[in-house]
Design a protein around this ligand. Structure first.
Ligand code: 9Z3
Length: 398
């Protein structure tokens, strides 16, 4: 059997997409996106497709269990806001229930919206003296007004389209469909692939239909449609785990390299494609990001380490300077429970074997929040400059 990873990208694509039915919501999403894109083509506005959040890898067709990853969608949701601020319209392709632009400021356990509210005293003429009006606490008024105004602006002017996905297969279908629909945008299209996409999946043909059973089923049970102990999904039909030691052995195939197809097939001519590379080992990050850029011949890889991603990223580009670090200055870094500040700087390749601390980026602190500067407020303006240059080159050629 040929693995998808060993096939030509176009062949791997058709095999992969033939495995699954398209997501039920795809036709609706396509109709919404078509109208959204038409509007912005007409206005000659740039449109960015931001992907955000993790993807699930279901273990069963009727899914009870799935493999997931850590991504909450902070990078994607935050970046989308800065793109909107730069005048882009945003198609926000996100993992369902992950963070969304604007509402992210008041969601999840760290920023519960209730902590921003108060009950004021009822006015003297109020008929119910037990019920005061609910209002935003005075210390949060300015910040919330600012967020609310930006949110309203994006909504009223049709600048933000929210499209959810859950599984890695849904993500692939949606990405392909959106990229094709974006063709009329030409160089005004930008792809910003921040979603943490699984590299592995279980082909539909090897997937259990029903919930995988962890205990023996009685022999007299008509379980023809259930997965019994004999058929427990191992991912390798030949090797059954010993009955006495129930193990679930999951065998995953590599997801085809969709970036190849995006760059060479789906995306509009002249559009800009930006991918992210995530690593945990500092010594691998720059190497892996460079390799990705060479392999897919797109325009920018933004490298980040899991432990320092909120404070530093590296831009890897085909043109000089090839490697450029963007860092939030030390005094302006947000607090992060999972982050490891000591690791900032470790992934930067040391030239001549010497420590070479790069000058810190000059930051515009106007986007400072309660938690310091968001690194996306530095990333997006730099990226937009690169997009400007690409568009300029394209128009000079014509
Ligand atoms: C990223 O590297 C994103 O920056 C993060 C953001 C997922 C780290 P959070 O949601 O995290 O803010 O918590 N995204 C891309 C990761 C990825 O899967 N890249 C693929 C790869 O590394 C290529 S597209 O091979």
């Amino acid at each position: 059997m040929t693995l998808l990873g060993d096939m030509e990208p176009a062949e791997a694509e058709s095999v992969y997409f033939n495995e699954y039915p398209p997501p039920k919501s795809l036709p609706k999403h396509e109709a919404l996106a078509r109208a959204f894109i038409d509007l912005h083509v007409e206005d000659k506005r740039r449109v960015v497709l931001v992907t955000s959040g993790g993807t699930t890898v279901p273990l069963e067709a009727q899914t009870v269990r799935f493999i997931d990853n850590f991504s909450a969608g902070t990078r994607g949701a935050t970046s989308a806001e800065y793109f909107l601020q730069q005048g882009y319209a945003v198609i926000f392709l996100h993992r369902q229930y992950s963070l969304l632009p604007y509402s992210r400021h008041y969601s999840h356990s760290t920023n519960c919206f209730l902590d921003f509210m108060d009950e004021a005293s009822p006015s003297a003429d109020s008929p119910n003296q037990n019920h005061g009006p609910i209002q935003v606490r005075s210390e949060y008024q300015d910040e919330m007004r600012d967020v609310l105004r930006k949110y309203r602006y994006a909504k009223q002017n049709n600048r933000l389209l929210l499209l959810p996905f859950t599984t890695v297969a849904e993500y692939m279908f949606e990405l392909r469909a959106m990229a094709k629909l974006m063709r009329p945008l030409g160089p005004n299209a930008l792809f910003y692939l921040a979603a943490a996409v699984s590299d592995f999946f279980i082909p539909r043909s090897r997937m259990a239909e029903h919930k995988i059973q962890s205990s023996e089923l009685p022999a007299n049970l008509d379980n023809s449609s259930a997965i019994g102990s004999q058929e427990i999904y191992t991912g390798e039909n030949e090797v059954q785990p010993p009955k006495s030691q129930k193990k679930l052995v999951v065998n995953l195939d590599p997801v085809p390299k969709f970036l190849h197809r995006l760059v060479d097939g789906w995306a509009p001519d002249g559009s800009m494609v930006v991918s992210f590379k995530l690593e945990t080992d500092p010594s691998l990050l720059v190497y892996k990001a460079r390799t990705a850029l060479q392999r897919y011949s797109h325009h920018l890889v933004i490298g980040n380490l899991l432990s320092t991603r909120k404070w530093e990223v590296v831009f890897i580009t085909p043109d000089p300077p090839h490697e450029r670090w963007i860092r939030v200055p030390k005094a302006r870094r947000s607090k992060s429970i999972s982050g490891v500040e000591d690791q900032v700087g470790l992934a930067e390749i040391q030239k001549g074997g010497q420590q070479q601390p790069q000058p810190q980026e000059v930051a515009d602190y106007s986007d400072e929040t309660r938690d310091g500067i968001e690194i996306e407020s530095l990333i997006i303006p730099e990226l937009v400059k690169l997009h400007d240059k690409m568009i300029e080159k394209k128009t000079q050629k014509e």
